[in-house]
Design a binder for this molecule. Structure first.
Ligand code: GLP
Length: 240
């Protein structure tokens, strides 16, 4: 694991974004794995800046998102579909037809799982961006998820729902389930960039990097990935 620890968040986001920008400059048809949550926001701002300054173009890039809530419409203000359009896609020249986010419509969920896995097996992800949950989850692969799983529906951990309640009016409005890319697909990415900031991530970060590789901390499997870069601030790295 390549661990990068920064004094200033701004520098952290710049350096993490640099990996994506370099990749897309060298490979204009790169396939990116993208994440939601607050952790990647600084990276997305850097990508947008770089695009606006004509340093990089996303015209031919394909993007796969990790996950989506189940049971809220895709145009809901807190859906990951809405999030990605608002914070990134609408600010780049990426072709929306080349952006994939699993659909959380309950009625078609079984077909959606098959569709997403089929798409993933047809596209090799060059770089997967990740955050980490306070319980060590990646995507929405909650503690206990087998490392070899593919796309699946997950019942969200009560801690995850509490952590994400800040985006909703009330804890009861946070969906109870989500659809997520499996750990096996995440591990197939050629390069992984994980971002964690703030003291509340410190114990998950320690378990991911120093703990045993155990499904109880889904992110611990990243110890086995040959090309993983972890970007931390001093607060999230404080227990290492
Ligand atoms: C959500 C997402 C994850 C994300 C995690 C951490 O549950 N499904 O992909 O990594 O939360 O979010 P944040 O970056 O806001 O702390």
């Amino acid at each position: 694991m390549n661990i990068h620890i920064f004094d200033h968040e701004e520098q952290l986001y710049k350096e993490a974004a640099r990996r994506i920008i370099d990749l897309v400059q060298d490979h204009p048809k790169a396939v990116l794995g993208l994440a939601t949550g607050s952790s990647p926001l600084g990276v997305y701002k850097e990508l947008i800046k770089s695009f606006q300054n004509h340093h990089v173009t996303f015209e031919q890039v394909t993007a796969f998102n990790l996950d989506e809530y189940v049971g809220i419409p895709s145009d809901h203000p807190q859906s990951y579909q809405t999030f990605m359009r608002n914070v990134l896609f609408h600010h780049l020249n990426i072709d929306l037809n080349n952006t994939y986010i699993p659909c959380g419509n309950k009625e078609i969920i079984e077909d959606e799982i098959k569709r997403y896995d089929k798409l993933l097996s047809a596209h090799a992800i060059d770089l997967q961006l990740l955050g980490i949950g306070t319980n060590g989850h990646i995507g929405f692969n909650e503690p206990g998820t087998p490392f070899d799983c593919l796309t699946h529906v997950v019942k969200l951990d009560s801690r995850t729902r509490k952590d994400n309640a800040r985006f909703f009016d009330h804890l009861d409005s946070v969906p109870t389930h989500a659809i997520t890319m499996g750990i096996d697909s995440i591990m197939k990415a050629k390069e992984i960039v994980l971002i964690a900031t703030g003291e509340k991530k410190a114990s998950a970060v320690k378990a991911m990097i120093r703990g045993p590789i155990d499904p109880i901390i889904p992110a611990s499997i990243l110890q086995k990935h040959p090309n993983v870069h972890i970007y931390l601030d001093h607060q999230s790295a404080k227990d290492l």
